[in-house]
Each structure stands twice: as C-alpha cells, then as structure tokens.
Design a protein around this ligand. Structure first.
Ligand code: ACO
Length: 403
C-alpha cells in the first residue's frame, strides 16, 4: 500500500484510478473484507457468527461503539433507539406532498434530508456526544420513515412504533398493521428480516458509504450526508440490485429461457447484466450470499411456495451461470442481493421497498463510518483530481464573430 499523498507532495504526480479499484480512501477499524477468501468481519467478528447470534441493535452497537454490548449496555441502547423512533408530526405532512406512485427511495432521499431541518443541534458535528445522538436518531427513525413511505403509497394511515416489539418486529408492525387489524408477529418472518438487516449493516467503502464520507468531509449535516448515501444506494449496480433481481427473474419467466439471458449478459453490445451477480471485492464467494441462501430456504419452507416460484428459477440460474466459462473466468458469483429479494417478497415486503429495507440496515454502517471519519487525523475534504482530456488553451471568440 503506497501513501499517495506523500508521493504527490514529493513528486507532483497523482494516480488515475477510475472507479477507485485500487485506492484506499481512509483508515477504518470497522469492517474487514478478504475478497479472495470470501471473508467478512465486523470489528473482528465473523459475519456468520454475528448473523447467527446477534440482534440488529446489538450489531448496531458493535459497529458504532466498537465492542459488543454487555446486557445492560444493550438494554440502554435499545431504549435510546425506541425513544428516538418517532418522527415529528410535521414530517408526516411532508410525505403527503409526494405522488402516490412515487418510488419509496425517492421519498426517503427527500425525507431523510429534511430531518436536518428538525434537528439543528446535529450540526454540532465535532461534539462526540452530539454525533452519537445523531447516529441513534438516524438508526431509530429509518424504519419509521420507511414504513410511512409505504403507508403513504398504499393510502393507509400511518402506524406508530410499538415499543413492546423488537426492532425487526416493530418494522413489520409499522408496515402491516392497519386500524382494522393488528399485525400478528410471524417469528420466522421477523427472524428473516432481522438477519437481512444484520447482513446489510456495513460493507466498508462501498459506493454509498464512500458517498456519505465524501459528503461529510465538507462538514455537512449528518442527515444530508445519509440522504446522499441513500441516493447512491438506489442504483441497480448497488443496493437497487435486490429489486432488479426480481424484475430480471420475472422477465426470464421460465427455466428454459435462462440460456437466452446468459447470452444477453455475455453480449458486450447489450447493457444487460445478470443482476445479483458479481462484486468489486469478492472474487470467490460473497459470505453474505451463502447465509442469505440459507435464510431463503428456511423462509420458503414456511410459506406457500406457489407464491414464490422465483426460488427454483434463481437456483437454476445460479447453477447454469456458475458452470458458464464467461462467469467463471471473471469470478462472477451471486452476491447478497441475489437471494435477499426472494426472502423479502416471501415475507410480504413489496418489491419497491426492497432497497428501502437495505437503506434501513445500511444506515448503521453509514453512521458508524461517518462518526469514525471524525476520529481520523488524516481526514481532509475529499477532493479527487482528474485527468483532463478536453481542449488545450485557445482564444475566446466573441458571440458576434462566431459563424
Ligand atoms: N453480468 C455480466 N457480466 C458482468 C457482471 C454481471 N452481473 N458483472 C460484471 N460483469 C463483467 C463485466 O462486463 C466485465 O467484463 P469484461 O472484463 O469482459 O469487460 C467484468 O465482468 C468485470 O466487471 P466490472 O464492471 O469491471 O466489475 P466492477 O467491479 O466494476 O462491478 C458490479 C461490480 C457493479 C457489482 C458488477 O458486477 C455488476 O454490475 N453486477 C450486477 C449488479 C449487482 O448485482 N449489484 C450489486 C452489487 S452488491 C451490493 O451492492 C450490495
């Protein structure tokens, strides 16, 4: 690892690295990935152990605070999350301004950015206690905001958080309870959602996290920074892939059409890519995808599988792609989003809410990384250079002299 800053100061040279394939932008002690071995660790703990043994608030504490919580620390953290889970009533009127067919991610970008207007104290970003408060507010309010986006879209009244429920259960309650019928917690669904949240909580310097860090490097308000992260996550090359996978499976329709789509994905003149396949860092397997496949099997065993024909199709697609030389040569494997959409669909989450669920989870990573950036003494405003390929210097031609 070369310190390019030293190189630049000594020689005047800088690196040209489109897509930052080989550039480290910061020091971080939060998440470790070994892409060749398919390993992912948060604060030193393997993702498999975390996913199988921790609740989402526990993971949030680990990522933000640096250590696993003791039982009393977790109780206090949980209480803090619950006490911040409501949103200002005026914010609810903000939702009503959106068209009813607005994509919930578009609503999230606007609403989370608007939180800056409700919490002017959050501008006090150099105060550690204030940063912690902002972090808790964001993690706590995201499920509420996500559920209100959904309720607004379907034209149902907003459901307030229920403090007697655990984090994932409460999210399902806010999504699915109505004035006519309370949501009866389905433990298999709640567990599956909790695991999805845990698996998506952080993933070092991905596009949306880097966006949050870059926005924050100008000392912007944390809510504005997270809104920028949500916008970046939305794209189908990143968090939007979970929604795109289901759209792709619908388009494929039946297993006999898989070869046609594999050919499309290999055709360089066709922009189509196999959604849920490939990763910038994992070149062996994505450990989150392996865990997600297991959750998928468990959830689908508990529901009417005639409602979810996508699983068989996804399995067949995965098998055929893995045997295909094109995918093998480029080390393209299913990523976490290949199976997450199928799980979300099975537990009743509508397709346009898939990336919203991802955003609810990733908020933990965003705020942990945002907070960490203030502890990094080398941190300066992010200001990449460019390789200029435009016109050389030339004489300006006044308007009346131009043909
Ligand atoms: N389908 C077909 N070909 C692919 C795919 C794919 N899904 N992914 C990569 N390739 C090919 C590229 O065409 C390229 O081929 P070439 O060398 O012949 O030109 C090669 O594999 C390398 O691809 P890059 O685009 O250079 O890889 P990069 O690291 O920039 O992109 C990405 C990674 C964006 C994830 C890419 O694999 C992709 O578009 N996947 C589909 C979208 C997706 O699933 N995104 C979710 C990522 S995980 C997450 O964000 C949670």
């Amino acid at each position: 690892c070369i310190n390019v800053r030293t190189l630049m100061e000594k020689t005047g040279f800088f690196t040209h690295d489109p897509g930052f394939t080989s550039t480290s932008s910061c020091e971080s002690a939060i998440t470790f990935i070994d892409g060749e071995k398919g390993e992912l660790r948060h604060r030193g703990y393997a993702i498999k152990d975390i996913a199988e043994q921790s609740s989402f608030p526990e993971v949030a504490f680990l990522l933000i605070e640096g250590e696993l919580p003791t039982p009393s620390e977790l109780r206090a953290f949980d209480l803090a999350l619950k006490s911040e889970s409501m949103v200002h009533e005026k914010l609810i009127t903000f939702f009503q301004g959106f068209k009813s067919d607005a994509h919930p991610m578009a609503i999230m970008v606007g609403v989370v950015g608007a939180l800056s207007a409700f919490y002017p104290d959050s501008m006090n970003i150099f105060d550690h206690a204030q940063r912690r408060t902002s972090a808790i507010r964001l993690v706590a309010k995201m499920p509420t905001i996500a559920a209100i986006s959904y309720k607004t879209a379907v034209g149902e009244p907003v459901v307030y958080p229920d403090h007697s429920l655990a984090f994932a259960e409460n999210f399902l309650h806010m999504m699915f309870a109505t004035p006519c019928a309370p949501y009866k917690v389905n433990p298999v669904h709640a567990k599956a959602l909790e695991t999805i949240l845990v698996l998506h909580a952080d993933h070092e310097q991905n596009a949306s996290t880097s966006t949050v860090r870059i926005a924050s490097s100008s000392q912007a308000n944390p809510f504005a920074c997270i809104a920028a992260g949500i916008a970046s996550l939305w794209g189908p090359s990143h968090g939007g892939a979970n929604e795109a996978v289901l759209c792709m499976l619908d388009e494929i329709g039946t297993p006999d059409r898989i070869p046609l789509f594999l050919d499309k994905a290999k055709d360089k003149s066709d922009p189509f890519r196999l959604m849920g396949f490939g990763h910038r860092v994992y070149k062996n397997h994505d450990p989150r995808a392996t865990l997600m496949r297991g959750i998928c099997e468990q959830v689908l065993a508990s529901v009417d599988t005639s409602r979810t024909p996508e699983l068989e199709l996804a399995r067949a697609l995965e098998q055929q792609a893995l045997q295909d030389e094109y995918f093998a040569k480029r080390k393209l494997y299913p990523n976490v989003d290949f199976y997450s959409g199928i799980v979300l669909r099975a537990i009743g989450i509508p397709r346009n809410m898939f990336t919203v669920v991802f955003a609810v989870a990733r908020t933990v990573g965003w705020v942990a990384q945002w907070n960490e950036s203030f502890l990094d003494r080398e941190q300066r405003i992010s200001r990449p250079r460019q390789l200029y390929v435009g016109m050389p210097a030339r004489e300006f031609v006044p308007l009346d002299a131009r043909d």
